[in-house]
Design a protein around this ligand. Structure first.
Ligand SMILES: C[S@@+](CC[C@H](N)C(=O)[O-])C[C@H]1O[C@@H](n2cnc3c(N)ncnc32)[C@H](O)[C@@H]1O
Length: 251
C-alpha cells in the first residue's frame, strides 16, 4: 500500500499524531511546532447531536485557526454503540471505515498531515490504530491525559507506594474487581458503574477536567454518590457535554 500511495503522490505523505491535552493551555511547545509544520489537519466530524455541535471538533478548529493551519473535517463513519454483542468486532469495523475515509483523502491531498488527539493518544483513543492501517510513516507526540489531570487536581498519586494501578473502562470495571483489582482508574464510564460495586471504596472523581466548569469530588464511595450525581449534572448543564474519570481504591 505504501508504494501505491508513493507513486500517486506528488509529495510524500507523513502523519503526525499530536496529543493536545485537556485544555488549550496544555498544548506543549513540541505539539504547537508539529501542528504549525503540517500542511493540514484531519479531524473526525461526528455531526451535531441534541447536545449541539461536536465540542471536540470545535476545539480542534479553534487550535488550528489560532495556529493558521487548515482543518479538514471528515464525516465520521457510523458506529454501533448500542452495546453490540461483538464489541471488539464492531470497533475493528469502525477503525477500518475510518482508515478508508482518511486514506482516500490522503490519496487526493498528500503532504504532512496532523491528527489532534484529546488528552494523550496512548489512552483509549483509536487514532494510532487507525493511522497504522494507512501504511504511511507517522510519529506520535504525547499530551496530558485526563488521568494525569485527575491525579493533579486531587493532588494524589494514582497508586500506593510500589503498588500497581489498573486503567480500565466502565464496561470492564465489575470484571476487573471480581478478578481482584483494588486500585483502578476508570475512563469511558457514562453510567458511574462504581456505584454498583460491593465493598468499601474510596473515590477521587473529576468531570470536564480542564474546562472552566470542571467538577471534583473525593471521599468514601458510599457517602458521595449523590454529590457526584449532582456535580455530573452541573458539568453537563454548564458545558453542554460531560466526560468524567475516577480513581477507585478499596479501603
Ligand atoms: C475516548 S477517551 C479519551 C482519553 C484521552 N485520550 C486521554 O488521554 O485523556 C474519553 C474518556 O476519557 C476521560 N476524559 C477525557 N477527557 C476528560 C476530561 N476533560 N475530564 C474528565 N474525564 C475525561 C473520560 O473517561 C472519557 O470518557
Amino acid at each position: 500500500m505504501v508504494e501505491v500511495r508513493a507513486e500517486r503522490a506528488s509529495k510524500p505523505t507523513a502523519i503526525r499524531i499530536v496529543g493536545i491535552g485537556c485544555h488549550p493551555g496544555q498544548l506543549t511547545l513540541e505539539a504547537r511546532e508539529a501542528i504549525v509544520g503540517c500542511d493540514y489537519v484531519i479531524a473526525a466530524d461526528k455531526g451535531s447531536s441534541d447536545q449541539g455541535d461536536d465540542p471536540l471538533l470545535a476545539l480542534r478548529r479553534a487550535i488550528c485557526a489560532d495556529l493558521g493551519v487548515e482543518l479538514v473535517a471528515v464525516p465520521d463513519p457510523p458506529r454501533d454503540r448500542d452495546d453490540p454483542a461483538d464489541y471488539d468486532g464492531a470497533v475493528l469495523d469502525w477503525h477500518d471505515a475510518r482508515a478508508a475515509a482518511y486514506g482516500s483523502l490522503l490519496d487526493r491531498r498528500p503532504g504532512t498531515v496532523g491528527f489532534l488527539v484529546w488528552g494523550d493518544p496512548a489512552f483509549y483513543d483509536s487514532t494510532i490504530r487507525v493511522v497504522d492501517r494507512l501504511g504511511v510513516p507517522y510519529d506520535v507526540l504525547p499530551g496530558v491525559s485526563a488521568l494525569s489531570l485527575l491525579a493533579a487536581r486531587h493532588r494524589v498519586v494514582l497508586h500506593e507506594v510500589g503498588r500497581p494501578v489498573l486503567v480500565t473502562t466502565g464496561r470492564r470495571l465489575a470484571a476487573e474487581v471480581e478478578a481482584g483489582h483494588d486500585n483502578l482508574v476508570v475512563m469511558l464510564d457514562g453510567k458511574l458503574k462504581a456505584f454498583a460495586l460491593d465493598g468499601d471504596w474510596d473515590i477521587w472523581w473529576g468531570a470536564n477536567l480542564g474546562s472552566p466548569h470542571e467538577e471534583l469530588v473525593a471521599g468514601r464511595l458510599a457517602d458521595v454518590a449523590e454529590e457526584i450525581a449532582a456535580a455530573r449534572a452541573r458539568a453537563k448543564d454548564a458545558d453542554g457535554w460531560v466526560m468524567d474519570t475516577y480513581l477507585l481504591r478499596r479501603r
